[in-house]
Ligand binder design. Structure first.
Ligand code: MG
Length: 163
């Protein structure tokens, strides 16, 4: 078994869609970035890469590559999951913390959880999503940015045969 951690931060900006964990959320501002700037999928992808010893998301999907401009970050996650599966790793569970002063994430936590479970092919009880505000302190607390942390456990023994 191996563990991996991931972290990401993106700036909130007017005129951008807000997409968290592949879920589009109605909000006047969204996250700025080269891809769709999905801070959750970036942190989870980094956690998976870290657990497998495969570097980080910038190694595989550099923000200087036009191929990834406005890219759906689910592509990064699912390609990374495929790499792990090909090496015999499967995901045991995922735990995620979202840090956002706004919007209030309580109402969308379960949607994000369900979509992460779907993208990773996991049961919903193997995925957990927690939400924190910035307590009005720092860049998160001033609603300038949204951040995400992810921790993942992967297991080689439980890999499907032939993976
Ligand atoms: Mg990112």
């Amino acid at each position: 078994m191996r563990v991996g951690i991931g972290h990401d931060t993106h700036r909130l900006e007017a005129g951008r869609p807000l997409i968290l964990g592949g879920v589009r959320i109605e909000h006047p501002r969204g996250l700025a970035g080269h891809s769709d700037a999905d801070v959750v999928l970036h942190a989870v992808t980094d956690a998976l890469l870290g657990a497998a010893g495969l570097g980080d998301i910038g190694d595989w999907y550099p923000d200087t590559d036009p191929a990834f401009h406005q890219c759906d970050s689910a592509v990064f996650l699912q390609e990374t999951l495929h790499k792990l599966n090909q090496s015999g790793w499967c995901v045991v569970n995922l735990d995620v913390i979202l840090f956002a002063q706004e919007p209030k994430l309580g109402p969308v936590k379960q949607q994000v959880r369900a979509n992460l479970a779907r993208l990773l092919g996991l049961a919903q009880d193997a995925v957990n999503v927690k939400a924190k505000t910035g307590e009005k302190v720092g860049a998160i607390g001033r609603a300038e940015a949204i951040a995400c942390q992810a921790a993942v456990l992967i297991d080689q023994r439980a890999a499907p045969r032939g993976a």
